[in-house]
Design a protein around this ligand. Sequence first.
Ligand SMILES: [Zn+2]
Length: 216
Amino acid sequence: MIKRPEYELPHTFTHERSTVTQEQLDRVIGEFFEDAEVKVSVSMQGQRVHDNGAVILGTKAGPGYSLSNLVHEMAHFVEIDEGRMAEPGWGLRVPEQWAYNRMCFEPTTCQATVREIRVMAFQLNILEYLGWPGDENDLINALQFMPDTAFVPLETGVSAYGDDTPEMPYQDTLKSQQRWRVNECRKYRRQNTADLFCTEWKRRNQLLKERRKRAL
Ligand SMILES: [Zn+2]
């Protein structure tokens, strides 16, 4: 039985944007967080790191709360290189440059999208393992808003906006890029299995515990 208040669904969660249920929380916490160094704060957004080095994950992303959001952050913890496991925002920084007097995000590859695809591959496998499978196409579709989308290739692997890109309607370009993302995700799902996740989750939580002990 879960008694810790941070693992209880707040009463304010009757909002229509929240799909996370107490049953889901009890399941994911019982399975992964009972002895984990990483903690959950249900109403929190994304990932945070406290001054004492504690890593906290939430169920909120944008305006919505869901099990899928929490599992997404858990997948980042397992996917990120070990040096960044306890860095705020997983230590993910985007290249920036000054242009027209403003700080602009200037990606030159789609590596940010590819990282999210690897994370989502874990996410989809874990959601399935927990018994609440996610919608692959829906989840991956959210990546069309990544700032590096211009560098996501077409389904054939050809650059979407290069000199030798075949002419096609804009909508077809977007659909073809989406098919490339979905295919990549399916490829990574064969690697980023629930088994691998569980092994890495335990190992990394232990590693984090030892690091925090040494830092005291
Ligand atoms: Zn992410």
